[in-house]
Design a protein around this ligand. Sequence first.
Ligand code: PGA
Length: 248
Amino acid sequence: MKNFLIVANWKMQLSYTKAAAYARELANVLGQDASKSSIVICPSYDSLSIVKEIINQSNLQLGAQDCSCHIAGAYTGQVQAQSLADIGCSYCIIGHSEMRKTGQTNEQIAQKAHNLLTVGITPIVCVGETKQGSSFPDEILQQLDPLFALPFQSTERLVVAYEPVWAIGTGLVPPAHHIEQVLIHITNHVSRLDKKLTVQLIYGGSVDEKTVALLSNLPHLTGLLIGGASLDSQKFKNIVRSCITNHL
Ligand code: PGA
């Protein structure tokens, strides 16, 4: 399997107690599959430590759903990238459209990426157009520009998740050729910048058991970000199985 990344974004769907119970269930259900793929579980902040404890003996990895753009200080309600590293997060989603809606700017999201890389966490930066339309929306370049202006080390890795806002939680998925086209545009853009880092491209937005076979075959796609369908262990297992079958 070519380092195919499967990220489960639990959003704020589970309480602390339910998140712990579901993490136990997933660790059992995914068992062997987890060793054949890179699966990242992203619970909300409150449940990170307990989920880490539960998945510690498995091959599942831990991710957070956001972090502060500040390193430390008087920022009520925010969470440091360093705390996420201390808890054992390997990944952190940033720039999710549900957070961009609260007013986060592209510059702040780039700063979050910088803070995460500094503490050894791989950022999963979400980008995507708000409305269905053009083949490669300018919005995506605007979202990426402050990010790629950062100084990167050659050993650093960044995940970019293409998530069209109109596809999130709606059951709508863009045609496979559109996704591939956007991923190619991002790849070309990154190579023109001549940056030293490694960029991994994944897709998110209404991924489920039915769409996964089609999506996981796209040449430029190396992972999936899954919301709703990651909250049902059987559905999630079927998605993981399908990815493993297509990428082994
Ligand atoms: P969805 O969510 O799979 O429920 O569309 C994806 C996401 O918001 O990351």
